[in-house]
Design a protein around this ligand. Structure first.
Ligand code: SAH
Ligand code: SF4
Length: 358
């Protein structure tokens, strides 16, 4: 009997026809156990091994009987993303290329600040939205990441933080891809990251950044999410924004404003606008005026981001004088403004530079 089972497992693995067990919810695993005449409470134990303890094989589940482990091996695979390479920048930012089980590559970044670390993680392989200033946008789109592929990035970057004696404190979805175009998987991953059976992180330490998919911003509100929302604005002028970000052609600024008001009404959350200052493109006082007017739509704050040059682009970062004038104008209108210096530039780990160069 045992021999037949082993052969079946070997064959199943050989033809790689097994579903990844981490595609299943806790409820799915409970149902699987009941169908197979096993106790449903075992599902919870298995689930904790998969997420919280992050085992890479069924045999590591030491409080689960061999019989059940063999059954799981027969029916499911268990794949982790793999660290392909890691680079450390002069400012101690660490960029990691992860290899997916189908050979795809994504990148995640550990950004240290004092004794804390933030993980910047990817939600898709590439991105289909083709923003002019973004290296990922120039890659094109391959596919959405699974829940487990999103979770694994966080898990591994948390480990790197601990190895470097940093307190793992925040997660930002600002790596490759548009998280709201992979809505279900991103939200399920956040659910596990914040749950006791996962990493028990607080929602208030997680920020999802979007280019502005209005329908999905409203869905976030309907789903009553507790994490933070950042919107990549980069211009409050409709024509200009459409040139920089093609998504604006179908998700105009007036619709974005409406979606954000809806979001704020339901969640009471303040929005963060990200604004990349590009020389002679969107860094004039008139641009600041339009931005100040747009900010009246919802309670918000603005993060001014320094542009990180990408290959084959004529875009340049704004000058210090213009940046100061831009920020001063916004502050004179009582808008909260932070200037975000970019990190990890020397290893192309800064926002918008993630493009699998290595
Ligand atoms: N797709 C989402 C999240 C990933 S991009 C979004 O667009 O918001 C994360 C952030 O990096 C966005 O604010 C984006 O505008 C910014 N970014 C893209 N390219 C950049 C570049 N070259 N320099 C600086 N920031 C960039
Ligand atoms: Fe995609 Fe965001 Fe890059 Fe635009 S900025 S191409 S939405 S990853």
């Amino acid at each position: 009997m045992q021999k037949t089972l082993n052969n079946q497992i070997v064959n199943a693995l050989k033809f790689n026809q097994l579903q990844d067990i981490r595609d299943l919810t806790l409820k799915n695993i409970e149902n699987f156990f009941t169908e197979n005449k096993e106790k449903a409470f075992r599902a919870k134990q298995v689930y904790e091994w998969l997420w919280k303890k992050h085992v890479s094989s069924f045999d590591e589940m030491t409080n689960i009987s061999k019989e059940i482990r063999d059954l799981l091996k027969l029916k499911f695979s268990l794949n982790h993303i793999k660290i392909k390479s890691s680079q450390k920048s002069a400012d101690k930012t660490i960029k990691t290329a992860f290899e997916l089980s189908d050979g795809g590559i994504i990148e995640g970044v550990l950004i240290p600040a004092h004794n804390r670390a933030t993980a910047c993680i990817s939600s898709q392989v590439g991105c289909k939205l083709a923003c002019e200033f973004c290296a990922t946008g120039h890659l094109g789109f391959k596919r959405n990441l699974t829940v487990a592929e999103i979770y694994d990035q966080v898990f591994f970057i948390k480990q790197q933080a601990e190895e470097n004696n940093l307190l793992f404190s925040n997660i930002v979805f600002m790596g490759m891809g548009e998280p709201l175009l992979n809505y279900d998987n991103v939200l399920s991953a956040i659910n596990i990251i914040t749950s006791k059976q996962g990493l028990a992180m607080s929602n208030s330490r997680i920020t999802l950044s979007t280019s502005g998919i209005n329908k999905m911003i409203k869905k976030l509100a309907d789903d009553n999410i507790r994490f933070n929302l950042a919107v990549s604005l980069h211009s409050a002028n409709n024509e200009k924004r459409s040139r920089l970000m093609p998504i604006n052609k179908t998700n105009s600024l007036s619709e974005l404003a409406e979606a954000l008001k809806y979001f704020n009404n339901k969640t009471q959350n303040r929005i963060t606008f990200e604004y990349l200052l590009l020389k002679d493109v969107n860094d004039d006082i008139n641009d600041a005026k339009e931005l100040a007017v747009f900010c009246k739509n919802v309670p918000c704050k603005i993060n001014i981001i320094e542009y990180n040059p990408i290959d084959n682009s004529s875009l340049r970062k704004s000058t210090k004088e213009k940046t100061d004038a831009f920020v001063n104008y916004l502050e004179s209108k009582n808008i909260i403004v932070n200037i975000r210096r970019s990190r990890g530039k020397d290893i192309d780990a800064a926002c918008g530079q993630l493009a699998n160069k290595n």
